[in-house]
Design a protein around this ligand. Structure first.
Ligand code: MN
Length: 714
């Protein structure tokens, strides 16, 4: 375990602005907080954050990142809080630690959906501050190195799979080759233990057979390069079991045929030396066809630059050789961390190495759900690349198998949506043609063109697929919206209402829709009938029966009036007793009610929630249990509503029209207040019962000029 002074010395050796005091405090704080907690290995827990910090010092990260590494598990696993860390180490570190904590929490879920979701949030978090991801990768690296201590095999399996599918590709995309290789190999050891064992055994056998040839080949390569005045640094290594296994899978060959299992790296001072070295090696040893790639003039999306070749080298061994400058090597191994600049404000967050990040975010916005997102990005992350050029010479990197449509979407989604044809190297070509390395692609566009569903069959990039799907979804949806509106306009008209989207707001819940537009779409698709919507918005309407009801009410209204209250049938009432409806709460049939006996005056009916009842609480003998009978249907009662209208012409007229349409007479109307924007009114209306009232209220709420309506007691 790295000691405190070692850590400070290491950071100070590369960071002139090192905050030694904060580093020391971070170390001590983490030790104190984790206290006697233990790792699965039996080591003190504290050793883990220290190792993670140690990994990051190798990437020369700034003090804030190192302190974050030390504290990265304190919020999750100890009593420390965001506020504590902010107080002790400042906002920058607190935010970073919180970022890592979020990623850790997301890891705890493991089913497919959650993993995609995690990934998505992970990308988001990363785009906020790349250091969060660097700390997380180092955390994962140390956890993978100590994976074998975890007892449950399923847990080991899950962690290894997640590392293989998410963290190793992320490390690669950040250009951290060394970290990616180690993560992959550690995961491979867990996921395919037997395969790895047999590859290791075979490697050992080959080594015994040919002796240790690596030093001999290194010497020969050095000698021929020194001869032409190049000062090379040459290293050689066996490929990792995982990369050998991948090669066996990809090329479907057995291990016996796989001779090029050793790779050499030649590092030289300048770019010129690289090409000179390449020429020298090719003139000395026969080149293996198809193995040469120039990542120097056309770097990988993650910034990687190198010359790759394969030759039948010394002692007739097939070998791979990578040639690059020392600077390029630094970037190849350490990726973004190599670009790291400790000084605030100089942070390079917009270079080429982050282009893929923006692409991921584009996909996120276009994709419908986590699964679709995972499908796109996973594919993209594992595909090999093809390099093409725009007419202006801009380099567009695409997965191999990409078509002009992919190219067009890679340039811009607008270009993709409008593309009608493509010229490849000056010739008109099919949109489905497969692009080759070095193709110059010119996209022809037309404003009249829209993406075709056909395209989805041949595009290979996630971005193109997501854009096409999004477009088709929107297009279909727009058609349904158009249709849905037409249906609703007709349905409303039948009941003499004007259709408005606003009127749907009150019934969204009933139809389980999020927005009015969603409801309109469902009507357009024929899942919900226009009539059902109208009935829900205006519950007072009983379609086709409306006219009969009006007739009936007109008749009964003439016959009965408020003065005939005593003829109302109320259960629980002694026959012949005088009956009043309280003016304070205007009870309606359907309300829960109580009677209060007043000597000489009979019974006064209140709603059960009327505040006036408070006065009678000490006289239980006066309370009478009553409820509405069945024959109250033809009676009208006064109800009072408070309405807030927009202060606009026609608002009052609309109010009275809607009330009249619902067969509820206005008996009184008071303007309570009036402002620039609103009127507030108290309106007394005659209704049959509570349902009639709430139907009328619902109809009012649907009016564009009505801001709010509620029943009131005052
Ligand atoms: Mn950790």
């Amino acid at each position: 375990m790295m000691r405190q002074f070692e850590m400070v010395e290491r950071v100070a050796s590369y960071d002139p602005d090192v905050d030694e005091d904060a580093l020391n405090r971070g170390y001590v704080y983490a030790m104190k907080m984790h206290g006697s907690q233990l790792r699965a290995s039996g080591d003190p827990y504290f050793s883990h954050p220290v190792e993670v910090a140690g990994i990051l010092t190798k990437y020369k990260l700034d003090s804030a990142s190192i302190i974050t590494a030390l504290l990265h598990d304190t919020i999750e696993d100890t009593s420390a809080t965001y506020e504590d860390i902010k107080h002790l180490f400042g906002e920058e570190v607190a935010n970073l630690v919180e970022g890592v904590t979020k990623l850790t929490r997301l890891e705890l879920q493991s089913d497919k959906t959650m993993q995609a979701e995690n990934f998505r949030k992970l990308v988001m978090a990363m785009s906020e501050d790349i250091r969060v991801l660097l700390v997380k990768l180092a955390d994962r690296m140390h956890n993978m190195r100590t994976l074998h201590y975890i007892k449950k095999p399923e847990k080991r399996q899950r962690i290894a799979l997640e590392t293989m599918e998410i963290y190793a590709p992320l490390a690669e995309r950040l250009g951290m080759q060394e970290m990616k290789t180690e993560l992959e190999d550690l995961s491979f050891a867990q996921l395919h233990t037997d395969a790895r064992e047999s590859i290791l055994t075979r490697l050992k056998f080959l080594r015994q057979q040919s002796g240790n040839i690596i030093p001999r080949i290194i010497k020969q390569l050095k000698d021929i390069l020194v001869e032409v005045d190049i000062r090379p640094f040459v290293s050689g290594r066996e490929k990792t079991p995982y990369s050998i296994w991948r090669k066996m899978q990809r090329q479907n060959i057995a291990f016996e045929q796989l001779s090029d299992i050793i790779a050499f790296r030649v590092m030289v001072p300048t770019v010129e030396d690289c090409y000179k070295a390449l020429g020298t090696i090719h003139s000395k040893y026969p080149m293996v066809p198809g193995m040469f790639t120039d990542y120097m003039s056309t770097p990988k999306a993650n910034g990687y630059q190198s010359l790759h070749t394969g030759v039948i080298g010394p002692e007739k061994h097939r070998i791979e050789i990578q040639i690059r400058t020392h600077d390029m090597h630094e970037i190849a191994e350490n990726g973004v961390a190599a670009h790291w600049s400790y000084k605030q404000g100089e942070r390079n967050t917009d270079g080429r190495q982050f282009k893929w990040l923006r692409e991921l975010l584009d996909i996120l916005e276009g994709a419908a759900g986590p699964e679709e997102f995972l499908e796109h990005t996973k594919l993209e992350m594992f595909q090999d690349q093809v390099f093409c050029f725009s007419p202006k010479g801009d380099l567009i990197t695409l997965p191999s198998g990409a078509t002009p449509v992919d190219f067009a979407y890679a340039v811009h989604s607008g270009v993709g949506n409008a593309c009608v044809g493509a010229k490849i190297n000056g010739h008109m070509r099919h949109l489905r043609s497969v692009l080759q390395n070095g193709d110059q692609v010119e996209i022809l566009t037309s404003k009249a063109q829209t993406p075709s569903a056909e395209w989805e069959r041949f595009v290979v990039t996630g971005k193109a697929r997501a854009c096409i799907r999004k477009f088709i979804r929107t297009q279909k949806r727009n058609q349904y919206i158009e249709l849905g509106k037409q249906i609703l306009q007709r349905a409303y008209k039948q009941e003499k209402y004007e259709f408005s989207e606003k009127s749907l707001l009150n019934v969204l819940k009933k139809f389980e829709k999020e927005t009015s537009e969603d409801l309109i779409v469902s009507v357009g698709e024929g899942r919900i009938s226009g009539q059902d919507v109208v009935m829900a918005v205006f519950p007072g309407i009983k379609t086709n029966r409306l006219r009969q009801v009006v007739q009936k009410l007109k008749k009964t209204k003439k016959r009965k009036s408020k003065s005939e209250e005593s003829s109302i049938h109320i259960n629980g009432l002694i026959p012949g007793m005088a009956l009043h409806f309280a003016g304070c709460c205007h009870p309606l049939p359907g309300d829960r009610i109580v009677g209060i006996v007043t000597t000489g005056k009979g019974v006064t009916v209140h709603t059960i929630d009327c505040p006036t009842l408070e006065k009678f609480s000490s006289e239980p003998e006066r309370w009478l249990d009553i409820s509405w009978g069945d024959e109250v249907e033809n009676m009208t009662h006064i109800a009072r509503i408070r309405v807030e209208l927009l202060n606009e012409q026609g608002a009052l007229a609309e109010l009275s029209t809607v009330i009249a349409k619902n067969v509820a007479n206005i008996t009184n109307l008071n303007i309570v207040s009036r402002s620039i924007n609103f009127y507030e009114l108290l309106v007394d209306i005659e209704v049959q019962d509570v349902r009639h009232l709430s139907n009328t209220v619902a109809a009012l709420r649907a009016c564009p000029l009505v801001n709010s309506v509620e029943r009131t007691r005052s």
